[in-house]
Design a protein around this ligand. Structure first.
Ligand SMILES: [Mg+2]
Length: 392
């Protein structure tokens, strides 16, 4: 049986034990709507809206799963499985979805994360409380965001990156991230070519540092394009550029740990990991100084809280990854607001001019800081007109 027919089976209630009459006394969580909007060549935004039997709705971000159709299909399957369960059954959803996440990886992780976000938004609305109050209460009423300019920079020259960085600073951000080694050839390519592209990445970094000045924070994501020797050398070369952090230099936990130990600047990573288990191994290996769970990939809000707690126990800050839609950012912000070890949140700068209008009220950042609303749930709703206008 393939995955789609498995889901069809799940939808009809024929295969899954949790849809048996004994366990489904009443349908509490209702149907799922899925939306997809066109953003850019880097990916679309996939949004979920789950309606409870009360008529309340909750929203979630299930973007960047690598296969949007499959993520939406899996999301519908998880929502179908939730029928007969309550909006508080987050751990049940997690346990139920785990085998599919192990099978299908990222598309299932974003589907789970999207539904999980919907449940928390629903819980907040049902209780008349902002979601952060369900996660331990407010420590940070305003969430500092850094501008990730990598997704919006089309002109990939040092000057092109510098120009986009200046735009981010003009918009009020005091921290900027780029991934200047994205076009590195594979590591088995001609070493001369690898050195040329490394040089180009360093030039891009230097150009952005010059553009934003010495005071602003500069974050560099290597997207695992280096091997250990090149990564160690790179960390030393970037030392003079006063980085806020150096992210995901290479693959492999022992290699990352070696980079982390030797790097003169803090290192960060973990965006692609799922769940407490993935982060436990990562933290135990000493892979990074700063852990970066993604609300869409890591399992959702509750999983993010647990991961951040593990990091806290290890003496590490948590800086959630998330170049996502305003829905994902706000879902993450409600958790971040409660974290003793929260450091900074990611914001995808300049992807589309209509970004703020994806939600109501429109997303508002004050010089890079996102306020956490006091309204029930996440405090935002989908703007259906914007979604219709940019629908895939
Ligand atoms: Mg990254």
């Amino acid at each position: 049986m393939d995955r789609r027919s498995w889901l069809t089976g799940a939808a009809s209630g024929l295969l899954l034990p949790w849809t048996s009459a004994a366990q489904a006394p009443r349908p509490v969580v209702g149907g799922l709507e899925t939306f997809r909007v066109r953003v850019n060549r880097r990916g679309e935004w996939v949004l979920f809206r789950l309606t409870a039997s009360s008529g309340l709705t909750g929203i979630g971000d299930a973007s960047h799963g690598g296969d949007d159709e499959l993520a939406m299909s899996l999301g519908r399957g998880f929502a179908e499985a939730m029928k007969g369960r309550g909006i508080f059954d987050v751990e049940w959803l997690r346990r139920t979805a785990l085998p599919e996440v192990e099978r299908s990886k990222r598309p299932a992780a974003v589907a789970l994360g999207g539904i999980e976000q919907c449940l928390w938004d629903l819980q907040g609305k049902a209780l008349g409380l902002p979601v952060y109050k369900l996660f331990g209460g407010m420590l940070h009423p305003r969430i500092r965001n850094y501008a990730n300019i990598n997704r919006s920079t089309e002109e990939r020259s040092p000057a092109g990156f510098a120009a986009m960085a200046r735009q981010a600073v003009s918009a009020g951000f005091d921290a900027v991230k780029l991934a200047p080694f994205d076009d590195m050839p594979r590591l088995d390519a001609d070493p001369k070519l690898l050195s040329e592209f490394t040089e180009l990445g360093v030039e891009r970094t230097r150009a952005v540092r010059e553009a934003i000045g010495p005071e602003k924070d500069l974050l560099i994501d290597v997207h695992s394009r280096m091997d250990l020797p090149r990564g160690l050398e790179l960390a030393q070369r970037l030392a003079t550029l006063n980085l806020y952090w150096l992210e995901e230099v290479c693959r492999g936990l022992p290699e990352l740990a070696a980079i982390n130990k030797a790097a003169p600047m803090p290192t960060a990573g973990g965006e692609s990991l799922f769940g407490t288990k993935g982060f436990y191994e990562y933290i135990k290996a000493g892979a990074v100084d700063i852990v970066m769970p993604d609300i869409k990939y890591c399992g959702g809000l509750l999983e993010m809280k647990k991961i951040a707690a593990m990091a806290e126990g290890a003496g590490l800050p948590a800086s959630p990854h998330g170049p996502a839609s305003p829905v994902g950012n706000m879902a993450a912000a409600h958790v971040c607001a409660t974290l003793p070890n929260f450091q900074i949140l990611e914001y995808a700068f300049g992807e589309v001019p209509w970004r703020a209008d994806l939600v109501e009220p429109p997303e508002t950042l004050d010089r890079g800081w996102l306020g956490v609303p006091e309204r029930p749930g996440f405090g935002i709703a989908l703007n259906e007109e914007t979604i219709r206008r940019h629908a895939v």
